[in-house]
Design a protein around this ligand. Structure first.
Ligand code: COA
Ligand code: AMP
Length: 637
């Protein structure tokens, strides 16, 4: 089939508002929009201004009324607890309406914020949708973050209520969430009035009298009394959720997602990008704590009337490298979306793909990869093993859906390894030089999107229009700067090569090296430090911290290194995967005092590098090389 991509992209270019108005017609609006796009509203304009809608209604009730009541909406598959549970659209709607009644009873109103700090269990999805149902704004915090990170988010979005669970399950250990939650509330200036705690069988959390309530008891009481909350119409421009993501400092950015534009963009993407029909089974193997989980575990599959899979496990070790194939076969999954790191983990454990033959994968059509650079080796291995198209696509927490992809629903374009393919309708992607001019094909530059951003992308940062302007819009006037650098080729394919800031990507998780440096610098023996991301064959990148000790410190170096590693785990969380701290005598710097992190990374990754002309003392690079070699890290000589 030849692709309709160019035709559809041009139709969007000719009439962006007509394009998105057309896409919006598939959804239910309680009040139509006055304007599809109003450039005079918000920071760079707002979508579907004047309209009212409810995202949860469009995800659930709409399908119940349209005849999908008995179709599975969500399948919870948890190899770590040996549990499987299916919720039909009717059951999920009911569960969401009942929990929503509990939230209302505890005083949660339209516009109030609710934080979720939850493992991958159905209650997390039900909690998110219950907020959406009553117009409350959810903010999910990934379970791998430490108490201090949670406290920062509590202070920034000031939730009325927190939804949590007694524990999460990581291979080989139970992660007790409740002590972390209690510590976060103790650390935060803002105190939520209520916490609703889901007690899991493997860990019973102690509840704080008057503040904490048992989830199951509250829901059972509401169900017995027949209490259900109705969907509350909200403005299309009202926030649906806030999702914090790493910025260049320890203070994360609260990415805001609206209701109307988000529904329209995600609904379009299920067809245009993923080529998925209503009724099909779609699986995003991620976590609801990340944007992939928000968009493609929860909202998009349900908006499309699909069955979504909620998988509580890992690609390997739960129990083996065949888990993904088992889930695909058992639930007749049509498309899987995950991060390349998951496939690198499977490939490492089962390079011959010996588990694949054990399962019937005949329903499986497409594998989608995103979240980090998809290396050609991994793509080719997956293609060979699965014998289906393996498609890289590129996006960010900020955009909420693909900026560039190979649009299956419009007809696939040829795959070029190393490229996530072409810009999606809505995105006018430009590669700019330092003077804001487009560079020619094949030349590297800053990858930007000409404003306005399409529906679904962030309209601003929570309570911080100025930080939004400063972080994304000021560098290249009239454009949104993605903070990714790369190029476009003659065919318009986009290539994402590097971040332009200090964000690193560890196992598909986005982390700030600046945030880690803040933690290292807080150690009493550390005078200065630098954290860089170094290449890792499984996780893509892992952080490496270099510390210079204060003069006069006599403590054992190994002891200090262990302490700073522990400090990052305590302050940021295990997700930082910070396991390498190296004490050095000095850090390489320019004469003006700027630490040469790029050169250090090149040395650690074994790349050939040029000694920067501005370096203060070139001999320090040799010291860094020796220190890395001592830790067994391949370096460039
Ligand atoms: N709660 C508590 N701790 C968590 C956690 C959670 N929800 N998620 C991860 N962690 C912990 C892990 O247990 C690990 O701790 P450890 O240092 O004690 O081993 C640490 O955080 C780092 O986790 P991770 O980077 O995920 O490494 P891993 O070795 O546990 O797993 C993969 C590696 C590749 C299997 C895993 O990252 C994976 O499946 N990734 C692909 C899918 C994905 O999550 N993508 C996200 C964006 S699409
Ligand atoms: P996150 O906000 O966590 O989704 O991380 C977004 C960042 O991850 C992007 O800005 C890129 O740096 C990187 N990224 C995501 N997808 C890809 C991809 N397909 N190829 C290369 N980098 C990617």
């Amino acid at each position: 089939m030849s692709s309709r991509y160019h035709e559809v992209y041009e139709s969007w270019q000719k009439d962006p508002e007509g394009f998105w108005a057309g896409a919006a017609r598939d959804l239910v609006w309680s009040k139509p929009w006055d304007k599809v796009f109003d450039g005079a509203q918000g920071v760079y304009g707002r979508w579907f201004v004047g309209a009212e809608c409810n995202t949860a209604y469009n995800c659930l009730d709409r399908h119940v009324f349209a005849g999908r009541a008995s179709q599975p909406a969500m399948i919870y598959d948890s190899p770590v607890t040996d549990t499987k549970e299916t919720f039909t659209y009717a059951e999920l709607t009911d569960a969401v309406a009942t929990l929503a009644a509990v939230l209302v009873k505890h005083g949660v109103k339209k516009g109030d914020r609710v934080i979720l700090y939850m493992p991958m269990i159905p209650e997390a999805v039900i909690g998110m949708l219950a907020c959406a149902r009553i117009g409350a704004v959810h903010s999910v915090v990934f379970g791998g973050f430490a108490a201090r990170e949670l406290a920062t988010r509590i202070d920034d979005c000031q939730p009325t209520m927190i939804l949590s669970a007694s524990c999460g399950i990581e291979p080989g250990r139970v992660v007790k969430y409740k002590p972390l939650l209690d510590e976060a509330i103790a650390l935060s200036r803002h105190k939520p009035s209520t916490c609703l705690i889901h007690q899991r069988p493997m860990e019973t959390a102690t509840l704080v009298e008057g503040r904490d309530f048992d989830w199951a008891e509250a829901v059972a009481a509401a169900a017995a009394a027949g209490e259900k909350a109705d969907c509350v119409p909200v403005a299309a421009t009202d926030p649906l959720y806030i999702l914090y993501t790493s910025g260049t400092t320890g203070q994360p950015k609260g990415v805001v997602r609206d209701n109307g534009g988000h529904m329209v963009a995600l609904h379009w993407s299920m067809d245009g990008v993923y080529g998925i029909e209503p009724g099909e089974v779609y699986w995003a193997a991620s976590d609801v704590g990340w944007v992939v989980g928000h968009s493609y575990i929860v909202y998009a599959p349900l908006l499309r009337g699909c069955t979504t899979i909620l998988f509580e496990g890992k690609p390997v070790g739960t129990p083996d490298a065949g888990t993904f194939w088992r889930v695909i076969a058992e639930h007749k999954v049509s498309a899987l979306f995950t991060a390349p790191t998951a496939f690198r983990a499977i490939k490492k454990e089962d390079p011959e793909g010996s588990f694949i033959g054990k399962y019937d994968l005949s329903h499986f059509r497409t594998l989608f990869l995103a979240g980090e650079r998809a290396d050609p080796d991994t793509i080719q291995w997956a293609e060979k093993m699965l014998k289906v198209p393996v498609l890289d696509h590129w996006w960010q927490t900020e955009t909420g859906w693909a900026i560039a992809a190979d649009p299956v629903g419009l007809g696939m374009l040829p795959v070029k390894y190393g490229s996530p393919t072409v810009p999606m309708p809505g995105y006018d992607v430009r590669v700019l030089d330092e003077s804001h001019q487009p560079v020619e094909a094949g030349k590297m530059g800053a990858i930007c999107v000409k404003l306005p951003l399409p529906p679904g992308c962030l309209p601003t940062l929570w309570n911080n229009d100025q930080r939004f302007r400063d972080s994304y819009l000021s560098e290249h006037p009239g454009h949104y700067a993605t903070a990714d650098a790369g190029y476009k080729d003659e065919d318009g394919y986009v290539y994402i090569m590097a971040r332009t800031d200090d964000i690193i990507n560890v196992a598909g998780h986005r982390l700030s090296t600046g945030g880690m440096e803040e933690v290292l610098a807080s150690h009493p023996d550390v005078a200065e430090c630098a954290v860089i991301g170094i290449a890792d064959s499984m996780k893509g990148q892992v952080p490496a911290g270099f510390i210079v000790l204060k003069s006069g410190v006599t403590k054992d170096l190994a002891e200090i290194e262990r302490e700073v590693i522990q400090l990052v785990r305590e302050k940021i969380g295990p997700v930082a995967a910070f396991k390498l701290a190296i004490t050095v005598g000095r850090l390489p710097k320019t004469r003006s005092g700027k630490i040469l992190r790029g050169t250090m990374r090149a040395i650690a990754d074994g790349e050939t590098y040029k000694t920067p002309a501005t370096i203060d003392d070139p001999a320090i690079l040799d010291e860094i090389t020796v220190a890395l070699k001592e830790r067994g890290i391949a370096t460039a000589d």
